[in-house]
Write a protein that binds this ligand. Structure first.
Ligand code: IPD
Ligand code: CA
Ligand code: CA
Length: 417
């Protein structure tokens, strides 16, 4: 019922746009010359808001043009509405823009609709029931790596900007088979769900841009996360990385994390001093299975825990190795939270805290087989200091292999503070 109501409303809004597109209409700048709103954007949102309010007075609406009162939270039923997604395309190209509508019920997006008005293509997703294009079921997404992906990506982000270093995104453009900047987030996600592109990346989307498209992609088996591999929240702006499971992992692991990109501001990652060994024991043992040594370090050093929305996700310790030299030991991230930049943020935190102790040098040691860690520390400014051959077998560590290499030698790196 909700679905038919929404489709009828969206089709009516599409009619309105098609009627008005060739008329003269007012255009206003919002934040800059590329961020415009027309009186048609407002008229369309008005139409949608009126229809929802008269049929479902207890529903809330979060629309880009703010035609309905903003709810305080996301409880109950919330509609995310972008009356024209791709306003620049609407004005200049008179095509390739969409009406994007998503319905969230008790915090979960249940329906997503993206309507390409000029092509008359309606993409619909119902959570758990798949996705369709003009009534035809969309087939599951195909797995792609960056190297064989055809991408949709906003070109702005490969030039100097405040959100991300261009050198993070430029290699993705270089390595993919082709890149297009289509200029309408919801449509780019819908096209991804329909297999017309293999990935979509942007640094700044709002919930009304991606909520509907995200469900479409998920309903064909794809993933939509932030560029740092984190869950996207429906509050405020976020980066968006969408594609098959393989594509998303490839981007996060090999392009973003490996290049040491700084994550978006995530106020909910808190790093605090730990006061209870038992709370962090399992994570510490993950970093160093030698518990006797860990307990000794715990007793002489300081331990910090990383909490994400209250959940313990990481830990590290700082111990004074000798006067003026601090050592970072036992840094660990909960396995299911790895590849989400938590380790990087803890490392930056450790550097800051070590600086405040007045030390002039921070040391960190790892194994010869920990290739990712060796890269991770060097990217944060650490240089090789010493190698202790056969340290691990000589100190009773079980033989292990990582990346096809046996763990044998201890490598210490240092960084001036
Ligand atoms: C914009 C488009 C654009 C995306 C921006 C959005 P608008 O929406 O979707 O492709 O890069 O982030 O704001 O302003 O045309 O509705
Ligand atoms: Ca938009
Ligand atoms: Ca818009």
């Amino acid at each position: 019922m909700l679905e038919w109501f929404a489709i009828d409303m969206i089709k009516q809004a599409g009619e309105l746009i098609r009627r008005k597109i060739d008329e003269n209409y007012e255009v206003e700048r919002k934040t800059g010359k590329g961020d415009l709103v027309t009186e048609i954007d407002r008229a369309v949102e008005q139409l949608i808001v009126r229809r929802i309010q008269s049929r479902f007075p207890d529903h809330h609406i979060i629309g880009e043009e703010g035609m309905a009162p903003q709810p305080d939270d996301l409880s109950g039923t919330v509609w995310f509405v972008d009356p024209i997604d791709g306003t620049l395309n609407f004005i200049h190209q008179k095509r390739m823009f969409a009406i994007s509508v998503a319905i969230m019920i008790d915090g979960v997006i249940e329906y997503g609709f993206v309507y390409d008005v000029m092509a008359d293509e309606l993409f619909v997703a119902r959570r758990g029931r798949g996705a369709t294009l003009n009534g035809r079921t969309l087939v599951p997404i195909q797995e792609h790596h960056v190297r064989d992906a055809f991408l949709s990506m906003n070109a702005t982000w490969v030039t100097p900007n405040h959100q991300i270093a261009p050198e993070i995104l430029a290699p993705i453009v270089r390595d993919s088979i082709g890149t297009r900047a289509h200029g309408a987030a919801s449509l780019e996600l819908a096209w991804l769900a329909a297999g017309r592109v293999d990935g979509y990346i942007t640094m700044r989307n709002m919930p009304w841009d991606y909520a509907a498209g995200k469900l479409l992609v998920e309903e064909v088996g794809g993933r939509v996360v932030s560029l740092y591999g984190e869950k996207v929240r429906y509050e405020g702006k976020t980066s968006v990385l969408a594609g098959s499971e393989t594509f998303v992992k490839d981007v996060v692991k090999h392009y973003v994390i490996a290049k040491g990109a700084t994550p978006e501001v995530r106020p909910d990652l808190q790093i605090e001093k730990n006061t209870n060994y038992d709370n962090v024991r399992d994570l510490l043992i993950l970093a160093n299975p030698n518990e006797a040594m860990v307990r000794e370090q715990y007793a002489v050093g300081e331990t910090f825990e990383a909490l994400l929305g209250g959940e313990l996700v990481g830990v590290y310790m700082l111990v004074e190795r000798e006067r003026g030299k601090m050592e970072l030991v036992n840094i660990a991230v909960k396995p299911e939270r790895q590849n989400q930049t938590i380790g990087q943020r803890m490392l930056q935190d450790a550097i800051r805290r070590a600086e405040t102790t007045g030390a002039s040098e921070l040391i960190v040691c790892t194994g010869n087989s920990s290739v990712m860690q060796l890269r991770f520390y060097q990217q944060a400014g650490f240089r090789f200091e010493s190698v202790e051959r056969d340290y691990f077998p000589n100190h009773g560590y079980e033989p292990i292999e990582e990346d096809g290499l046996a763990l044998r030698d201890r490598i210490c790196l240092s960084r001036s503070l």
